[in-house]
Ligand binder design. Structure first.
Ligand code: ADE
Length: 249
């Protein structure tokens, strides 16, 4: 996977991504991450890339020329026209399913806007996907790009080691992860659940499944609609509902 980030703040994305697991994968050559400074494509002697909006209003708008030229130079270098993901609160809300789809691409371009956004003509010309990380407004697209790159990268084969891969399932079946515990067995009067100390793998598996169901039911009941549930799971959830309604005191 090769990431190409079009940005006005190359250091911000490179510093953020060249650490921890993603940094390790980049060092191993499983991923490549390059930041392309849009300012390098300014034709202005002061390297300006923005101007006041036509029609008036607050703030500045990024001009179409440097944005399109930075992408075209990349395409010429690569010999192909990769997908361009524009980070915007007006986009489709990013989720695990979108990450899985994007992880199949060989090259991805992340376009990060600033100020009041980017001239619409540049977006019309080069953007293939409009993506948001949630219903709130940030100062720029760099953090959303980093969030998505982190999420996509852990799905790229070889990025996670075996132990880390085992943890990948948390959203696959639309259920939240069960709680985890480690030493010490007693902490400030709180005990690790007995079943986890039992060494009985079948019981542990069943307990974890129930904890996942319970958590999802309590915290994100909207996810249950899309979850793949067994007859046993449905019985467990029905019992939770009945208990809530006071049928099983
Ligand atoms: N740019 C500013 N806010 C954003 C958000 N919530 N998601 C993606 N890009 C953004």
């Amino acid at each position: 996977m090769n990431y190409h980030i079009l940005t006005l703040f190359p250091d911000m994305v490179l510093n953020g991504l060249h650490t921890s697991i993603i940094g390790r994968a980049a060092e191993k050559g499983i991923l490549s991450i390059e930041a392309i400074d849009i300012r390098d494509y300014s034709k202005d002697k002061h390297r300006h890339v923005d101007d006041a909006p036509y029609g008036g209003g607050a703030g500045m708008v990024m001009q179409p020329g440097p944005v399109c030229d930075s992408y075209e130079a990349l395409c010429a270098r690569l010999g192909k026209r990769p997908r361009v993901l524009y980070m915007t609160p007006q986009g489709r809300v990013f989720n695990q399913k979108i990450a899985e789809e994007l992880a199949k691409e060989e090259d991805l371009v992340f376009l990060c806007g600033h100020y009041e956004g980017i001239d619409e003509r540049a977006l019309d010309r080069i953007v293939t996907d409009f993506l948001s990380i949630g219903d709130y407004v940030l100062t720029g697209g760099e953090l959303p790009a980093m969030v998505m790159i982190d999420c996509i990268s852990r799905l790229v084969p070889g990025v996670l080691n075996n132990e880390e891969s085992a943890q990948t399932e948390s959203f696959c079946d639309n259920l939240l992860e069960y709680p985890q515990y480690t030493r010490p067995e007693y902490y400030e009067g709180m005990r690790v659940p007995e079943v986890l100390l039992s060494g009985h793998h079948k019981n542990i598996e069943a307990w974890r499944r129930q904890q996942s169901l319970l958590r999802t039911w309590q915290r994100r009941p909207d996810l249950l609609k899309e979850a793949q549930l067994t007859k046993k799971d449905l019985e467990f959830l029905k019992a939770l509902e009945e208990e809530k309604q006071g049928k099983n005191p």
